[in-house]
Design a protein around this ligand. Structure first.
Ligand SMILES: [Zn+2]
Ligand SMILES: [Zn+2]
Length: 162
């Protein structure tokens, strides 16, 4: 009539199959590199192949040196002189690798309260708040907004993280 052992066996083999399929899917997270359009195995972060990621690191060194040598350079100028997009510069600011200089009249908006900040994603108040209440930290990341005064663009400086 019934074959409990057989049923169990079928169930187990299905699970194995699903797991194998899932693992294959994970391995096949192949995307087009945003830099060179080549296919590569995506592992997270920016959609860049290892070579383009390395090139971007070198580009950052270039931009960092430029900002260091031209402390009053605006974001537009830095972008043009170094052949890098403003979006990329903003990303570095959000990553706290670049920051606006102290006397700059501009900044990024804190993603928590909208207050002007010079680097990163949150102001000090929100950072402290989110550390205390970790669950509210998990919110969708929005595109950083940039405000700028007329004439001279935002000035930047390099953040020495060491
Ligand atoms: Zn690439
Ligand atoms: Zn805030």
């Amino acid at each position: 009539m019934e074959y409990p052992g057989y049923t169990e066996h079928v169930f187990v083999s299905e699970v194995h199959q699903n797991r194998r399929g899932f693992e294959e899917e994970e391995k096949m997270d192949v995307r087009n590199c945003k830099g060179c359009s080549r296919l590569f195995n995506y592992i997270g972060g920016q959609p860049l192949c290892p070579e383009c990621a390395k090139a971007l690191d070198l580009k950052f060194d270039e931009v960092r040196d430029y900002v260091y040598d031209h402390p009053r350079a605006g974001m537009q100028e830095v972008a043009e002189e170094n052949d890098v997009t403003i979006a990329q510069i903003k990303r570095w600011i959000r990553e706290e690798r670049l920051a606006f200089s102290e006397d700059a009249q501009v900044g990024l908006e804190c993603e928590g309260c909208g207050k002007m900040i010079r680097t990163g994603r949150f102001c000090e108040t929100c950072k402290a708040k989110y550390i205390n209440d970790f669950s509210s930290y998990i919110k969708p990341r929005e595109e950083p907004k940039m405000t700028s005064i007329k004439g001279q663009g935002p000035q930047m400086r390099f953040l020495d993280r060491k």
